[in-house]
Design a protein around this ligand. Structure first.
Ligand SMILES: Nc1ncnc2c1ncn2[C@@H]1O[C@H](COP(=O)(O)O)[C@@H](OP(=O)(O)O)[C@H]1O
Ligand SMILES: [Mg+2]
Length: 269
């Protein structure tokens, strides 16, 4: 077990900050588009960001294996301590310049995260969570220094604000949100949604469509440690390390106000 999850989270914060800055610079120059074998978009930038993160993790945590999005096909079933890394979450939004792409890194012990960080350059913020959840503004240069505790909010009386994908909506998600009586929607790219919930700027993120474990592990921990709850269709916290299903998640919902869980029924399955 890592002796100090909060120190690990801060180190992960520095690493995702560095990768996020790199991605922002490359995007400003125009990223080269690559299509992966499954038809999903990738960029030279996310491959390079992943190499950068893998190098930093190998230097700081040499004994801990990594499952990262761009190299996950080669990953065997992880156990014990391992990292889940998405070097560029929200690739399509990154390519179009539309959205809040993010860099995600989570340290998993067994099947649950114990430390995580999430950088969202477009929002200018990094979240880092070990045993407490912190957020810092991204400074013009150097490491984040102005770390502040951050927490979820009680759901507003006029109904919870849902954060939704810019491009991966689905009917099951909409039905679930309608039944909850949401009071509004805010569009945000994938893991940025978790950061907004963790900082009390939104209340619920329901996702019945596909996501991968590296899309959710960091955000799950950030929301959970900030006082929220992230549950799968079985009503239990998500578990990680499922190489046997290609690291694919089932439906899940993230709640800032834990009482919202009682209003939400995800499709089984
Ligand atoms: N059909 C599919 N299968 C697996 N993951 C999918 C998917 N469609 C979308 N995703 C995941 O959803 C993420 C984007 O979420 P959002 O639409 O909320 O921004 C993608 O992250 P990447 O951009 O890292 O590939 C991808 O992992
Ligand atoms: Mg992703």
């Amino acid at each position: 077990m890592i002796a100090d999850p909060d120190a690990a989270a801060r180190r992960l914060g520095s690493i995702v900050l560095e990768a996020g800055r790199f991605l922002a610079q490359v995007r400003d120059r125009g990223a080269g588009r690559v299509v992966k074998p499954d038809g999903s978009p990738s960029t030279a930038a996310d491959l390079e960001a992943e190499r950068m993160i893998l190098g930093r993790l190998a230097a700081d945590f040499p004994d801990i294996p990594v499952v990262a999005e761009e190299s996950a096909e080669a990953a065997s079933a992880p156990s014990g301590l391992y990292f889940l890394v998405d070097p560029l979450d929200g690739t399509r939004d990154y390519l179009t310049g539309a959205g809040e792409y993010s860099v995600n890194a989570a340290l998993i012990a067994g099947d649950r995260p114990i430390a995580a960080a999430l950088a969202v350059p477009v929002l200018g913020r990094v979240w880092a969570a070990g045993t407490t959840c912190l957020v810092a503004p991204i400074p013009p240069s150097g490491d984040c220094t102005d770390w502040q505790p951050t927490a979820v909010r009680p759901s507003p009386a006029e109904g919870p604000v849902a954060v939704v994908s810019r491009r991966h909506g689905d009917d099951a998600t909409d039905i679930c949100l309608d039944r909850m009586g949401i009071g509004g929607r805010r569009i945000a790219s994938s893991a940025a949604k978790f950061g907004l919930i963790a900082s009390g700027e939104a209340d619920v993120y329901v996702r019945c469509g596909a996501t991968m474990e590296w899309d959710t592990a960091a955000g799950d921990h950030v929301v959970t440690v900030a006082g929220g709850l992230v549950l799968g269709a079985d009503g239990k916290p998500l578990t990680y390390g499922h190489a046997e299903r290609g690291f694919l998640n089932g439906a899940f919902a993230a709640f800032g106000d834990r009482r919202l869980a009682g209003l939400c029924t995800l499709p089984a399955g």
